[in-house]
Design a protein around this ligand. Structure first.
Ligand SMILES: Nc1ncnc2c1ncn2[C@@H]1O[C@H](COP(=O)(O)OP(=O)(O)OP(=O)(O)O)[C@@H](O)[C@H]1O
Ligand SMILES: [Mg+2]
Length: 243
């Protein structure tokens, strides 16, 4: 795989609070993602995982601080966080169904001015995800769930993110497709050093892929450790991870 110009940024989050209307759902999170690190955020339904990613990309009301390589993220509009290098693939697939595969990928690069670089990256991601190349002129909405998920990830990567945030990438995907997707994410992380913050219900798979994990419970972080430490902790697995 040819190396693209993107490289990972360090994220430092302190005392992050987030709320919808008058209800606070994140009660002061402190966590970080090292440059080039893949971190997984685990927790039960409703724990606040999606809200954490939404908070970082400027989609919910927040207090606290989040800094990406010295740049403040919180309180900025979504397109600003994209400009700073954050790409967010939301829960439930972030593709434009009426647009073709290629239009979706180009949309991911909408803030880029380096036209030649965009063409290089397009060719690169078609090589990494051959199914997308075969379907480049097809409407995204007509593709399978797995193909749409790959497209959502590739579209996010077209922005050359320094921090890639994925919300439940395995949702609705067959096990074999999920495995392939995570293999590809691992390769991108290793070869390009893209920092990653991933929310994933399939804890076993996520822990096999990530360097480190945080466990979120009712809007508070209750545990952190290396992926190996979290995997080895039987009590934690039973209490929070359900396997
Ligand atoms: N748009 C919203 N308006 C009001 N409350 C919300 C909204 N979205 C989420 N919540 C509430 O915030 C809390 C955290 O939700 P969030 O979606 O972040 O959890 P999650 O950990 O991603 O759960 P899941 O695993 O089910 O995706 C929940 O209590 C939820 O009901
Ligand atoms: Mg969620």
């Amino acid at each position: 795989m040819t190396a693209l110009a993107a490289s990972g940024a360090r994220l430092e989050v302190s005392a992050l609070h987030a709320s919808y209307g008058s209800g606070e759902v994140l009660h002061g999170l402190d966590f970080h993602v090292e440059a080039g690190e893949a971190v997984v955020l685990l927790g039960a339904n409703g724990a606040g995982k999606t809200t954490t990613l939404r908070a970082l990309s400027g989609m919910v009301r927040t207090r606290g601080s989040a800094v990406l390589d010295g740049q403040r993220l919180l309180g900025r509009p979504v397109d600003h966080t994209v400009r700073l290098g954050v790409a967010h693939v939301p829960q439930g697939r972030g593709v434009f169904g009426e647009l073709t595969v290629e239009e979706n990928l180009r949309a991911g690069a909408y803030l880029r001015r380096d036209r030649a670089g965009v063409e290089t990256d397009l060719a690169h991601w078609y090589e990494v995800f051959p199914r997308l190349a075969e379907r480049r002129t097809q409407q995204a909405g007509g593709m399978s769930g797995g193909e749409q998920q790959m497209l959502a990830v590739a579209r996010a990567l077209m922005s050359r993110p320094r921090l890639l945030m994925l919300d439940e990438p395995s949702l609705g995907l067959a096990r074999i497709i999920t495995r392939r997707l995570f293999d590809q994410l691992g390769e991108i992380n290793r070869e390009q050093g893209t920092s990653m913050l991933i929310v994933e219900q399939n804890a076993e798979l996520a822990l096999a892929f990530a360097h480190r994990a945080y466990v979120l419970e009712s809007g508070r972080l209750v545990r952190t450790g290396t992926a190996a430490e979290v995997r080895a902790d039987d009590g934690l697995r039973r209490a929070y991870l359900g396997y």
